[in-house]
Design a protein around this ligand. Structure first.
Ligand code: EPZ
Length: 420
């Protein structure tokens, strides 16, 4: 296993190109199962979650070729309909192969994903939506066993206790595209990644309208064709670099992004006293003065993203006052708090709230990564901590960032990746 060793105290300077979006790519890879024809996916980020999803697809008997960031998938007439626990349990997002396998083969068996450190990760909304389309679903030995004579369009309300669900929307949308008749998903996810998936499906010949709004309409079609498609840039990676520039009092241009996807974060960074310039496809971030404390509440898009909560907490850790972070999507998503406190932060958890008492500076320390975005938060803290920070178990980081350490080194950070 690797660890990262970071020498803090170096302001980041320069420009960085972010990779393709992990959370766009994963459902799009699942969607390639909806056609027997070849799909070419460009700008695919090469990170461990990508390889995990490709393993699941290959396990179904689907042909996969990789050429750098270009993936070629040809599902042909695959017959296997099982996604096993040994693979699904390593990455919850793989549950979104359920809809496409069901739509193609009229049956599917996908392991229940189980929980993880950020929360229980229920799939009740996925199951509710697929049942509404005419699927018989049984849970047997931890697997969701689904079968249908024919999927039929339906009006479905897909909101849960925490609002919309990104991957439940994806699963239902991917089943509905080949259903008979029209499906309407209400309280659908509005995330850019959901829009990217709908655009991919429409390019394949699907008839989807309203994506990006809480009401998505899908007119079922008989079949879909193979296409070439480029996934959008990763807005969470872009946001992570914006915070890296702000936390190190640097000056960074983040390139080839859709700036409007970052509005909630940009507003909070400006409230904190960070200078932001919005370009057509780039963001310029600079900080010279002190950081003001800013409260945030995570919400479904376009609200402040839960995937940016941990990173923003690191920033507030050195603000000149007290800020409150409310985590309304995953109320347990606070594994980074004890590790940041090991570095001298003063953060107190109260249920789904974190109270952050900003301190003047953080101190380097050995810390443990626990999940993807918590790892990013520890990297950000290490960039400004005095002396050396060692971050163990950085396989968590490598799940969702392509060469984050290398990109930070190119911006002037002092980071080395060493054997643990
Ligand atoms: C997606 O996960 C993302 N993953 C997550 O990013 C992200 O944190 C999350 O959306 C929220 O934005 C991918 O896209 C691969 P949800 P997803 O269903 O779809 C509850 C990262 O760091 N819920 O939108 O699994 C759920 O517990 C990852 O890149 C139900 O109650 O999340 C949560 O509280 C982590 N029932 C809320 O909805 C369900 O059936 C939102 O979850 C499904 C979800």
């Amino acid at each position: 296993m690797d660890k990262l060793v970071i020498e803090g105290g170096r302001p980041l300077k320069g420009s960085v190109q972010v990779s393709g979006s992990k959370n766009s790519l994963l459902p799009i890879l699942a969607a390639t199962l909806l056609t027997p024809e070849k799909c070419v996916i460009k700008n695919a980020p090469l990170l461990s979650d990508t390889y995990t999803m490709l393993k699941i697809i290959r396990n179904l008997g689907v042909a996969v070729e990789m050429d750098g960031n270009v993936l070629q998938i040809k599902s042909g007439n695959f017959k296997k309909y099982v996604a096993p626990y040994r693979l699904v349990s390593t990455m919850r997002a793989s549950f979104c192969v359920l809809g496409p396998i069901l739509a193609r083969l009229k049956k599917a068996e996908v392991s229940l994903p189980g929980g993880c450190v950020i929360g229980v990760r229920p799939v009740d909304l996925h199951i509710k939506g697929l049942k509404a389309l005419g699927t018989d679903i049984e849970i047997k030995e931890g697997n969701v066993c689904a079968k249908t004579r024919a999927l039929r369009g339906k009006q479905i309300f897909l909101g849960g206790a925490f609002g919309s669900s990104v991957l439940a929307t994806a699963n239902v949308m991917m089943a509905a595209v080949l259903a008979k008749g029209t499906t309407v998903i209400e309280n659908a996810a509005c995330e850019p990644e959901t829009v990217d998936l709908a655009n991919f499906l429409n390019k394949m010949g699907a008839k989807i309208k309203g994506h990006g709004s809480p009401r998505i309409e899908i007119k079922g079609v008989k079949s879909l064709s193979g296409v070439e498609y480029e996934v959008i840039a990763d807005r969470i990676e872009a946001g992570t670099f914006a915070i890296a520039a702000a936390i190190t009092k640097g000056e960074v241009t983040i390139k080839n992004i859709n700036v409007e996807y970052l509005s909630a974060l940009i507003e909070k960074l400006e409230d904190a006293g960070v200078t932001i310039k919005r370009g057509r496809d780039f963001l310029f971030v600079k900080r010279t003065g002190p950081l003001k404390p800013v409260d945030i509440t995570t919400l479904p898009y376009p609200g402040f993203p839960t995937d940016m909560q941990a990173q923003f907490m690191s920033l507030m850790g050195i603000a000149s006052g007290i800020s409150v972070i409310a985590e309304k999507i995953y109320p347990d998503r606070f594994m980074h708090i004890p590790e940041l406190n090991r570095m001298g932060a003063q953060i107190f958890r109260q249920g789904p709230y974190a109270i952050v008492h900003g301190v003047k500076s953080l101190n380097g320390a050995p810390v443990m990564a626990s999940d993807l975005r918590a790892s990013a938060a520890l990297v950000l803290a290490g960039l400004i901590a005095k002396d050396k920070t060692e971050i163990f178990r950085i396989y968590h980081l490598d799940r969702g960032y392509e060469n984050l350490d290398k990109k930070l080194v190119q911006l002037g950070a002092k980071i080395s990746r060493e054997k643990q």
